[in-house]
Write a protein that binds this ligand. Structure first.
Ligand SMILES: [Zn+2]
Length: 193
């Protein structure tokens, strides 16, 4: 009986079993990453940011760093704390120009955009010792951008296990009240020049 079973089709490898990690992409990390900060903006509707004067990323550089939560000002782009962080130290790299798409920025802007992203990672490693990062740009409202009209790159520090509780406490005052403190810490650690 067992000899017979050994020759049946049941003994062939089950090709219907698929390992998720054999495919490109990580099943759930991005869903957890983008939702909280996105919702804070999305509540107000997308239309309000079509007007450049109402754009939070155009308005921020016009205010003092402490008020706008800016940690560094470059030539073509600046770095600001996300007002609605997924994790403490969640930074955004923004060109000064009000352009929506990654293909809209010039070579010079792209270079500084990339350099500021690298420096942001180095600074966050220095001050907060994260175990990893999520970097990314949501392009268009369909791509999940909260402020689709003004390009911005997310730099999110990650620590092991943070996904278990930060989505909950990120909505509380406790995180908001430390934003000024986090801004100062990151700004102080940002290399001069
Ligand atoms: Zn803008």
């Amino acid at each position: 009986m067992s000899k017979e079973a050994g020759t049946t089709v049941q003994e062939q490898p089950d090709e219907k079993v698929t390992d998720d990690f054999a495919l490109p992409g990580v099943p759930d990390a991005f869903q957890r990453l983008w939702t909280p900060h996105r919702m804070a903006y999305v509540k107000g509707g997308q239309g309000q940011f079509d007007d450049k004067d109402a754009c939070p990323f155009c308005a921020a550089p016009g205010r003092p760093d402490e008020d706008s939560l800016i940690v560094h000002r470059g030539v073509h782009a600046y770095v600001v704390l996300n007002l609605f962080p997924y994790n403490p130290g969640h930074l955004l790299i923004c060109p000064y120009r009000h352009v929506p798409d990654y293909t809209d920025i010039t070579t010079e802007e792209t270079l500084e955009f990339a350099e500021l992203t690298q420096t942001a990672m180095r600074v966050l490693r220095k001050v907060a010792n994260p175990a990893g990062f999520n970097l990314g740009m949501n392009q268009g409202t369909a791509g999940g951008a909260g402020v689709a009209a003004h390009l911005h790159q997310h730099v999110v520090p990650r620590w092991g296990g943070d996904g278990n509780f930060f989505p909950i406490i990120a909505q509380t005052k406790a995180i908001t009240q430390t934003l000024a403190e986090v801004r100062e810490q990151v700004a102080d650690a940002w290399p001069a020049g």
